[in-house]
Structures are given as C-alpha cells and as structure tokens.
Design a binder for this molecule. Structure first.
Ligand SMILES: NC(=O)c1ccc[n+]([C@@H]2O[C@H](COP(=O)([O-])OP(=O)(O)OC[C@H]3O[C@@H](n4cnc5c(N)ncnc54)[C@H](O)[C@@H]3O)[C@@H](O)[C@H]2O)c1
Ligand SMILES: N[C@@H](CCO)C(=O)O
Ligand code: NA
Length: 815
C-alpha cells in the first residue's frame, strides 16, 4: 500500500488533474493506493479572502465566492462528459450552496470565528476530492472529518493519534478501488470541523500512511524535491536524493517550506519512507526521506542542507542580576508560553549574563510588553537591563546528520562568514550536533546562504569580480578569464564570475556573470556624475559573497577607495600604482585597513608587471633575510627604449612603438619622466620599511623641457623628435669605451635614486632586451651572488596575467 498526496499546485486545472490521474493509474498497476488531496490551486486563499471580505461587510465576498464556484464547475465541465458532469455538479452544488449560505451568514453577522473559518475552509478539500474521486476510474470520496480526530482548536488542531489510527484502519484497511481522502480537514469528537494548520494535507497523508503501515508516502508537489537550500536564494542549490527524517525536520523547522515538520513525525515513528516528487516532472527521482540515509552520502558531506527564516526578531534579556539566580529562564519561557509566543531560537552563554531569543516579528511588541511587565521589579532595581529588541535579522540553520562528531564544521562555517564580512549576532547548537543556527543581519542572508553552501561543497565555489577600467590591461584580463574559465571550473572547481565592468563613461552589471565574449555590447552609458563611488555603491548593494574589486585604471580617485573597500571586507587586486605609491597617508591607510579586515589586498603587478617581485621581496623579508640593496631596471618602457637604441632605432620612434606595444602608461610621459619607475621604487622602499614620499626618490626625467606643458600624447610624440640625435650620439660615444647607457636605479640605506647611467656592455643591464625588467636583490643570504628576477616587465598580456594570478590567490584564500 502506498499513499499519494497531491498539493494544490498539482491540481490547478483540468489538464493538471489529468496528469495526476495518469500518475495514479501508473501506480495502481503496482498495488493498492490511497490518495490524499489538498484544495485546488489557490482555493484555500479564495475561501479565506471571501470569508474575510464577508466579515468586513464587503459585497465583493460574493464575487470571490463565484470565482471559486465557477472554477470547480468549469473543471468539471472540462473533465467529464455531459451526463457525468451533471451528476458531479449536482453533488457539488449541495456543498456550494451550503458554503454560500455560510458566507452570507458571516456577511450578515459581520462575525467570523475561528470555528466558522475552519468550516468554510473545509470546502476546498471537500470539493477537490469530489472532482478527483469521480475522475479516477475506481476512485471514491472519503471525508477526512471521519478519519482524523482532533481536539477542538479549529485552525491548528492537535491530533488524537490513537483514535485517528483506529478510524483510518477501519475505514481504509480493506478498501477496493482508490479512496480519495480530503487532506487538511478533521473533526473534534463532537463533530466540529477542525483543520490541521499549515501543511495539513501532508500531515493527513502521513497519518494515513502510518496507520495503514504503507510502504511509502509520496508527497507530489511542484518542485523536484528537497533542495540543499532555497533555490530562489541559492542559484546552485540542488535536489537532495536522500535525507533522514531528522534532517528533514531540522530543515523544515528553519523555513524550508516543502514539508511541515509535523507531517514527518507519524511516518518516522512507523519507519515509512516519505518521498517528495514533482507532479510536473514525474520522471525526476525526487527526494527520499527515511531513517538510514545512504552510507555513501553520509561519508561525503557533513552538511546536508541550509534553510533560513528571513524575518526574526531577537529579544535580549541581560543583566548582572541574572547570574546564579535560578528561575529567571523559567519565568521568561513560561510567560511567553502563556501568551502563545513561539520561540524559534534560544542562546545563553555560560556567564549567564544574557539570554537571547528569536521570535516572529509579528509577536515582538507583545513579547516586549509581557516581559517588561514580568521583570518590572528587576528592571526597576537594575538587576536586569531594559529589554533589548533587534530587528531586521535572519536566522540560518546549517543542518546535517553527519556534522555530529565531525570536527571543523563550525570552524569552516564561521571562517567563510568571517571572510565575507558577515557578522554573527547569535549562535545556537544543540548537543545532537546536527543543526547550527545563527542569527545575522537580514541584508546578509543571501550572501551567507551562498557562501556557506559553496563552502561545504554543496556547489561549485565562485568569486565575483568587479572590474574598474576597460583599457589595455582590462581587455587582456577579460580575454584571459574568458579563455581559462572552463579549465578553472573543471580542474579547480572554481568559477571566476565577472559581475561588473565599468570605466568613467560606461558600465555593465550582472550578478550571474557578464558574457565575456561580448562584454562590450553589455556596456551601458553611465550618468555623467557617476564616479567610482557610484560603482562601489552598486557593488556593495549587490552584497555578493567572495567579491573581489579589480582596479585596472590609472586613476588616483579609484586608488583612494581601497581603504573603504577593505574595511567593508571586499578584497582588492590592483594594477594601478597610485595606491601603494600614493601619498604616504594613503599607503598607511591601505596597509592598516587590510590588517584590520578579513579581506586581502594584492598588487604584484605594481612592480615589474607579472614578474614575482613583491612576492619575492616579502618572502625574503618574512623569512628573516636582511635586504642590503635593490638595484635594477623597473620600467618596461625605458628598458625597451634603451635596448632598441642600442640596435639603432631613433628615440621618438621607439617611444611610439612602446606605446603601441602596450608598455607605456596611458600617458607615455609618465614613463619618460621616470615617474612610473619612481613609483615602483617608492613601493619597494616602503615595503622595506622606509618612510618615503614620492619626492624622496631622486629621479632624472627624460622629458625635454619644452615638452612638459599641456599637450596631447600625439603632439608630445612629434615634439620628442628633437632629442633623437642627442640619444644616438650618447650611445655612439659610450660604445667607443665598451659602454652603453641605460635607465636604472638603486635603493640603498633608505635612499632611492633612478636615472640614466653608463654601464659596461657586458653588464647584465646592457644584456636586457625588449621590455625586460631586472631586479637584483642583494641580501645577507644572497650576498656573493645576488638574487635576480628578470623578464618582461610591461605589456598587456604579462600584466593581465599577473592580475589574474592575484585574483586566483585571493580566490584560494576565500574559498
Ligand atoms: N601597461 C603595462 O604594462 C602595465 C603594467 C603594470 C601595471 N599597469 C597599470 O595598469 C593600469 C591600466 O593600464 P592600461 O594600459 O590598461 O590603461 P588604459 O588607459 O588603457 O585604461 C585605463 C582604463 O581606466 C578607466 N578609468 C580611468 N579612470 C577611471 C575611474 N575613475 N573609474 C573607472 N574607470 C576609470 C579608463 O576609462 C580606461 O578604461 C595602469 O594603472 C597602469 O599603471 C600597466
Ligand atoms: N608603463 C609601465 C608598465 C609596467 O608597470 C612600464 O613601462 O614599465
Ligand atoms: Na610584479
């Protein structure tokens, strides 16, 4: 014997009912079946609406009733031939007439008791069971009021399990055909109609199944099963093939609306598996809820699923007068119970100084008044503080049988929340260790659900990138991410999702990821005054987990925002040197903000593009080596210029080529003036612990005096021809002495200087080619033979590659 329960979503129209009949016919061939039905789709709401309207004296109640009436008649006309239809309609008419009279009574009396509400609501199931029982070839109508015995609480009655079991057994044990039982409705011993509250039809199905020792109870609904989290909030939530009764109850308690926790109890007691299946997709296997979940699943995942209640209020009763005083908690709970206030969550630390309770916000004011009255004298005498209420909170439950005895689960949970800057306001975990419940700000709810979901391998890990700048480096970065994204997904189980791209004029935003093949087409104009602040505001509003801000601009305005981003626990990767080489106050602010935050700040490409210079220096420093000096060439552009001069090019033409090759700064004068090189040395000097400003770097400019005013980059390149002969001559003269010229620098004893130098032709600097950089670290450990990092230190590809590597470093920290 199996029990099939169909919810309203599966019973929305004649077509839907035909589908349901086909599902039933399929099961019938395998053995006996009892069907339990809810009211047709939206019908309970219609009944409630009509009753409330009637009670308010609103004539519209008739229209709502007529809509309800017509829905049933139309479905009958669609399902049955004329003869059967008139039969069915006449049976339904009696009930519809009674319902109409009742509503009219409510309208006249302007009075709607819970008892009449229950009676009115009962018509939903009564009429749907009439239709469906008649439509099934061997179906017959069974009224739940004759099966389920309850107390007399009309809207959320308590079931008398013993009496109910007997009634169900005597009515259905030896049934022939398919009984179609009205779910949700029941009756008190005196015959008054009662209902079983939210999810009541599931409860009916579970009671029927348990009483008849069914082999399984199948709850047919409109989703594929129990999800690992609410799929509306967690895009990657997936259907759980198996869960235990206990897990199902824990998840349902904390908001997973798929099955009411009540309805699991009878099935669990009788060890009957409960299946959740989709009547819209009957081929999907659904979720099986049973006592022993599959061993294989148990071994793999400590956490089975998450659920959340998005609105709770936290009451905090605190005060020194609570310590060591027995009876405070008892009074607290008793007085809330007395007034019917349900407690969702409790937490008390061992100091006994405070007890926190989460309750439904609708009951918050009432609870506050009650508790203030109860503890009036303690509050007056300052033994207990005035009651604190915190609103706009959400409760998240992390659930899994296998969390128990599995060290590290809570560590991982709090770590991922911490790295995402999510503040945990209160926590509760019972000794069964299968539910950790936490209270957080409600605006962090989706972010928390998503990062926890990923962190426990329930879905692929993601980082969300917001990029500033769409120039040379940014374009190359987007191309690299696009080209390598699939590999990262497959090999590293990591998805790099670019959710934002903005320059000063245009913006594209998409939480699910901008199409990187066509990102230019997704750019939309921004308001004229929408600066970087606006972009950061939009990014923060989205509040996505694992967010990384990537700066590929050359803008000081953008760099000034790093401290604020870091303080908001948003990690930053930057190719822009104007942060670390900005005013020392900004540099300090960035370093301090990173220290204080859970976010990371990486800027490897600020020095030598993709070459590992910052990382190398940090490794030397952190492992206790003493740096004696740093020398070398740290401008790709200047390196390229002198390397090409040696092979005979002209100065201005080489600068033009450097710009075309993507080596120069947006304005090549930043390279020729030595400014870009100086910034890099400034950064290295600061990394070494020296207090330096930009002006402290002694720097020789190669920009001719007459090219220093306001002019376009193009005009500059034309005027630059004036120095071509000078440099050709310098190279020639040096060569006569087996020397050449190069632009290089050194840091020694806290002093940094850069400029044109004569170097022997056989020196390593003279041997550089293209945009190669070279850094020579002379340290205590690397004294006889210094440590050298050498390679291309400018260019779109290597720089973007360095930025990408920094993004991945942060990703591996975050996920
Ligand atoms: N070219 C290299 O080899 C190299 C190497 C290392 C670091 N970098 C650095 O990379 C950065 C980018 O260089 P690029 O060659 O791609 O420059 P670019 O001029 O091609 O691009 C800069 C982009 O930033 C945008 N931008 C400027 N101000 C902005 C603001 N306030 N808000 C949003 N967007 C803004 C511009 O619209 C443009 O899209 C620079 O800081 C540069 O120093 C370059
Ligand atoms: N313009 C810079 C880019 C690398 O930071 C250079 O030429 O070195
Ligand atoms: Na670098």
């Amino acid at each position: 014997m199996k029990i099939y329960k169909f919810g309203g979503s599966s019973l929305g129209s004649a077509a839907r009912i035909r589908k349901v009949a086909a599902i039933i016919a399929g099961a019938r061939s395998e053995g006996p079946l009892v069907v339990v039905v809810s009211a047709l789709f939206r019908c309970t709401d219609m009944l409630l609406e009509s009753a409330n309207e009637a009670c308010l004296g609103d004539e519209n109640y008739r229209k709502t009733f007529e809509e309800f009436d017509a829905l049933h008649r139309n479905i009958a006309a669609d399902l049955f031939n004329a003869e059967v239809c008139s039969d069915v309609v006449s049976a339904m008419s009696d009930e519809l007439l009674e319902l109409s009279d009742l509503l009219h009574g409510v309208f006249l009396l302007r009075e709607l008791s819970e008892k009449s509400t229950a009676l009115i609501l009962s018509f939903g199931e009564r009429l749907s069971a009439r239709l469906i029982s008649r439509f099934l070839p061997d179906g017959y109508y069974v009224d739940g009021r004759n099966l389920v015995v309850t107390d007399s609480n009309p809207l959320c009655a308590r079931v008398d399990r013993h009496a109910t079991e007997k009634r169900i057994q005597s009515a259905l044990s030896s049934c022939s055909g398919v009984p179609v039982v009205t779910g949700y409705i029941a009756a008190a011993p005196d015959g008054t109609v009662t209902t079983l509250g939210r999810g009541g039809s599931d409860y009916t199905a579970s009671l029927v199944g348990a009483s008849l020792s069914a082999s399984e109870i199948v709850i047919w609904t409109d989703v594929d099963g129990f999800y690992s989290a609410d799929p509306k909030r967690v895009r990657d939530a997936r259907v759980l093939p198996y869960i235990s009764y206990a897990e199902a109850m824990e998840l349902s308690h904390a908001g997973a609306k798929i099955l009411h926790p009540f309805s699991i109890q009878p099935a669990m007691k009788a060890s009957i598996p409960v299946l959740i299946r989709n009547s819209f997709n009957p081929d999907a296997p659904g979720t099986r809820i049973e006592r022993d979940v599959q061993q294989e699943m148990k071994d793999r995942l400590p956490v089975t699923g998450l659920s959340s209640i998005n609105k709770v209020v936290l009451l905090n009763l605190a005060g020194s007068g609570m310590v060591g005083v027995p009876g405070i908690a008892s009074r607290l709970f008793s007085c809330l119970a007395l007034h019917g206030i349900n407690i969702i969550f409790i937490s008390q630390a061992s100091s006994e100084q405070s007890i926190s309770l989460a309750i439904n916000p609708l009951q918050a004011e009432k609870a506050k008044k009650i508790l203030e009255a109860e503890f009036h004298s303690e509050i007056e005498s300052r033994l207990i503080d005035p009651l604190l209420i915190r609103r706009s909170l959400a409760l998240i439950a992390v659930v899994g049988n296998n969390m128990s005895g599995h060290p590290g689960v809570s560590a991982q949970l709090f770590e991922t929340l911490g790295k995402n800057g999510i503040n945990v306001i209160a926590v509760a975990q019972g000794a069964n260790e299968m539910n950790i419940s936490l209270v957080i700000e409600s605006h962090d709810e989706d972010k928390a659900l998503n990062c926890i979901h990923e962190s426990f391998f329930l879905s692929q890990r993601k980082v969300h990138v917001f990029l500033a700048g769409t120039g040379t480096i940014a374009k190359s970065l987007l191309q690299q991410i696009s080209g390598h994204r699939m590999n990262l997904r497959e090999e590293k189980d990591l998805d790099v999702v670019v959710c934002g791209i903005a320059n000063t004029r245009m913006i594209a935003l998409n939480n699910d990821g901008i199409d990187l093949e066509r990102w230019q087409e997704e750019l939309r104009p921004r308001a004229d005054d929408a600066g970087i602040e606006d972009y950061i505001r939009l990014l923060q509003e989205r509040n996505l987990h694992n967010t990384i801000f990537v700066d590929c601009t050359a803008s000081a305005k953008v760099a000034e925002r790093y401290p604020e981003l870091l303080k908001a626990n948003i990690s930053v990767v930057t190719a822009n040197k104007l942060g670390m080489a900005g005013p020392e106050t900004l540099y300090r602010e960035i370093v301090d903000a990173e220290r204080a935050s859970n976010a990371r700040f990486l800027y490897e490409t600020n020095v030598g593009a993709g070459l590992p210079i910052i990382n190398t220096l940090n490794d030397l420093k952190n492992s206790g080596d003493k740096i004696i000096s740093i020398e070398g060439v740290l401008s790709g552009t200047l390196s390229f210029i002198f390397n090409e001069l040696r092979s005979g090019g002209t100065f201005s033409e080489i600068v033009r080529r450097a710009k075309e090759a993507g080596y120069t700064e947006p304005d090549p004068r930043d390279d020729l003036s030595g400014a870009d090189f100086a910034r890099k040395f400034l950064i290295l000097g600061r990394e070494l612990g020296f207090s330096l400003e930009y002006a402290d770097v002694v720097c020789e400019s190669l920009v001719p005096v007459d090219c220093r005013g306001e002019m376009s980059a193009e005009e500059f390149l034309v005027r630059l021809r004036s120095v071509d002969d000078f440099y050709a001559e310098e190279i020639r003269r040096a060569a006569l002495e087996q020397m050449t010229i190069a632009y290089a620098g050194e840091i020694r004893n806290g002093k940094a200087s850069i400029g044109v130098k004569r170097v022997p032709l056989e020196s390593p600097i003279a041997g550089l080619s293209g945009s190669e950089n070279m850094v020579v670290f002379t340290t205590e450990r690397y004294r006889a033979t210094p440590l050298v990092v050498r390679g291309p230190g400018a260019g779109a590809e290597v720089t973007a590659g360095g930025v990408f590597a920094d993004i991945l470093r942060i990703a591996s920290y975050l996920v």
